[in-house]
Design a protein around this ligand. Structure first.
Ligand SMILES: [Zn+2]
Length: 257
């Protein structure tokens, strides 16, 4: 039986790249957990049929037409534009870092619906965190915590789970350092032998464990200060860049690197 020429799919727009005069090449995370690329023809024309309908971070219902190399967007309907996220520069920066990690942890040939559910919840949580943090100078602690939590959750799901309960080298039960290169928590004496290990005090590694294990509802209620959140965000970036072996530019921008 011939494959249908069109198919419906729901997806979050992870990346938009300009193509030609008025088109956009989209990278999507679809509801089946697959990453897909598609062309939105004329999406940059102000009067175009797709103008304003293929926004970054938006949950969108697409009708796709199968193309020879790339599929083509036939129709697009915004389902949830995540306006709480896109309304502020901090929200856009945070969501950009999240979607960048999503691009590096999803694949074109492997469906995994958990990835889509986690990304949707994370984008909602970014909006909730921005509201809880309130207007401020610089990224708020809850917003940073959500980005760090997504990063550790999705990489853990894909097989890179940090060891947080004891020193990865010697098993010391009260680790005070953390290292992406070593794979997790370290005690003081083992940390001396690991370049780039970061001091996290008595709660640093446990916090990383909480980011993996707690729900976003629980994390959004947890009291967290800016220093802790900044430290966790830094470790999340190092963790993802190391395990995914990728340069994460949007994440670097969020950290001010
Ligand atoms: Zn040790």
């Amino acid at each position: 039986m011939a494959r249908a020429r069109t198919y419906p799919v729901e997806a979050v727009v992870l990346q938009r790249i300009r193509m030609g005069e008025s088109d956009l090449a989209l990278t999507l995370l679809c509801d089946d957990g697959q990453q897909r690329r598609a062309v939105a023809k004329g999406a940059r024309k102000p009067q175009g049929r797709l103008a304003g309908r293929v926004q970054l971070f938006s949950e969108t219902r697409f009708l796709m037409a199968r193309g020879r190399s790339l599929d083509v967007v036939a129709e697009a309907t915004l389902k949830d534009p995540h306006t709480a996220v896109t309304a502020s520069p901090d929200g856009v920066e945070a969501a950009s870092a999240v979607c960048e990690v999503a691009r590096h942890t999803s694949f074109e040939d492997a469906g995994d619906p958990f990835l889509y559910a986690l990304l949707r919840r994370t984008l909602r949580a970014v909006g909730e965190a921005l509201e809880a943090d309130g207007p401020r100078d610089g990224l708020g602690p809850r917003t940073g915590l959500v980005v760090a939590a997504y990063t550790f959750k999705v990489t853990s799901h894909q097989g890179w789970r940090p060891a947080t309960e004891a020193c990865v080298e010697c098993g010391d039960p009260s680790p005070t350092w953390f290292s992406a290169a070593a794979g997790g928590a370290l005690c003081e004496s083992c940390a001396h032998g690991v370049a780039g290990a970061a001091f996290g005090g008595s709660t640093g590694a446990a916090w990383v464990g909480s980011l993996v294990g707690l729900t976003f509802d629980e994390l959004l209620r947890a009291p967290v200060d800016r220093a802790t959140s900044d430290w966790l965000l830094e470790q999340a970036h190092l963790w993802a860049a190391t395990q995914l072996d990728a340069r994460l530019r949007a994440f670097e921008f969020l950290l001010g690197l």
